[in-house]
Design a protein around this ligand. Sequence first.
Ligand code: PRX
Length: 680
Amino acid sequence: MSEQHTINSSLDENRKFSASKEFSANAHIKSISEYKQLYGHSVKNPEQFWKEQSQLIHWFKPFNKVLEWNKPFCMWFLGGKTNVAYNCLDRHLSTARKNKAAIIWEGDNGETKTYTYQQLHREVCKFANVLKQKNIAKGDRVCIYMPMVPELAIAMLACARIGAVHSIVFGGFSAHSLRDRINDCQAKLVVTTDAGIRGGKIVPLKENVDKSLEECPSVQSVIVSRRANAVSSSNSSSGSAICHMKDGRDFWWDDEMNHENLSSVCDAVEMESEDPLFILYTSGTTGKPKGILHTTAGYLLYTTLTFKHIFDYHEEDTFWCTADIGWVTGHSYIVYGPLSNGATTLMFEGTPFYPDPARFWQVVEKYKVNIFYTAPTAIRALAKEGIEWTNKYDLSSLRLLGTVGEPINPEAWMWYYDNIGKKRCPIVDTWWQTETGGILISPIPGAIAQKPGSATLPFFGVQPVVLKEDGTEAAVNEGGYLTIKYPWPSMMRTIYGDPERFKQTYFSKFANLSETLPASPLAGISAGLYFTGDGARKDEDGYFWLMGRIDDVINIAGHRLGTAEIESALVSHKSVAEAAVVPRPHEVKGQSIYAYVTLKQGVDKTHLLKDELIKHVAAEISPIAKPEVIHFADNLPKTRSGKIMRRILKAIAEGKEDVGDTTTLADPSVVAQLLQTREI
Ligand code: PRX
């Protein structure tokens, strides 16, 4: 297999960390033998297992078939009817959870708001009625482009309540990215905010919406919630100075919600199990983002079950996931998984560094957070700031820590374990993807001992296999392609509007190998074998070690970007003839972007132009996609058939002297030129 990065560490990789006896005794799953017994059952009798687990959620009508698998397409819980918002809200109202905090919101500036289940239910019903008044019905797409404000969760749940399909676009994406995502799913309505606030600064979100809507004919209305008035005296007291409202198209959230005729009663629509719940765009290996489609019952059940066991959630816990709801982590583990379990979920608008690098820990102390889930990038960045910040606050409420989004290096794991968990808290390193809907590989904390840097063992019903290029299973500790052998309920159903691309991307690599390899783990299932795009190895204990992407996807600070997307942004600049983008290791962000750029004839290679190109990428995609290095290259290393040899570009960017075999290049002297001009 091709390029991958492994975690280099001086720590003994077989050192295991187990939860305390007390933790395990109180956990839902208490021992490794209990895990193994349930796991064995879940993979030997998957349909029986999922039928048993399906009782965790409320069904308006029971299903009559657990799984229909027309490889690679799968459908779960056929014949059943349920509603995600009903499960997240209504069913708790007849219990002691009625007046329990559902969402605690902590603003960037320390402001706070709490919604009990009853209050959240009321807001969601009202907003669902607003959506209906704006002609939104079951199946219509609604684009949500908002910062981390409670209205974002309310809008999602309101869509789910009436069967509208939400497509949330991360507030850090540019107007161009927003336009493409709106057009791809033909959204009828956009919910946004006048502006976002992060680190004390205002981000003009509505302005981006206005720009994109110049080219989005499908959008009929825009609902705008107010946030800008919370900051800065330069804004007018109404907070509306920051954005323009277009007559007949744009409506203020408050005006709509405070309308005296607006009812707070709205029945949850009885949804078929396979009715779409949401689309979430993610980067792939081409320039066009993929609309990952998730459906109702399977997604709900899987996120409910994983939340309960992987975070070992107990009724009295306060759970904090620091992700943004614009990414799948926020969908599944800020909103749907926690609320379906009747949990208290903390939603945080700010950043780890504002007003100082103790912000996370100050919030942990303020709300006595028990379970804390964040990204390795944040851990590495905060570790650099030193422990005087972590020591400023009382972290004794914490009992479980988690990570997600990228491989965590063992040193960062140990720092987290020692300084945040104070050697008391297990760490769940959770591996999953936008496509998988929920966590697939992770410790179950009371049962599975952790090894720093390993995501450990698969969740119930998940059957990962590491394959070599020829479709045979990799030996112990041998690297290979991570694939999943059998469907699980929250698996993506398709790429919105493009089932061919779905098949091609996730199911084609090994599709024809099984017949020739009778001993292969693919026998009989190859057409349904899910290809993750990640490299991995499995150690002698059966633990999985993730080794990063093996396709042209880069993971910067836990954000996923396609090299092709960044390249097409670069070549859309008038001075650029060609571009090739590769990742290189970065101490804090995991990876950063190194871009080789060939300029058009006659264009001067100036520092000013480099800055301009970096700004151009930020405007085309998002500031998270900014290249760290722009390397002006007169030529790129290409094969005789014109294919760019990325392996060589990557080696050069990584600072290697030996870039490997160059004999297949049309002009091997290009390499020497690049080595001379590279930026380390
Ligand atoms: O490469 C893996 C990495 O993030 C990718 C998925 O990115 P995205 O769809 O944006 O979802 C991120 C949040 C679930 C994966 O293909 N990744 C995610 N979690 C881990 C990880 N790599 C190693 N260890 C993890 N725990």
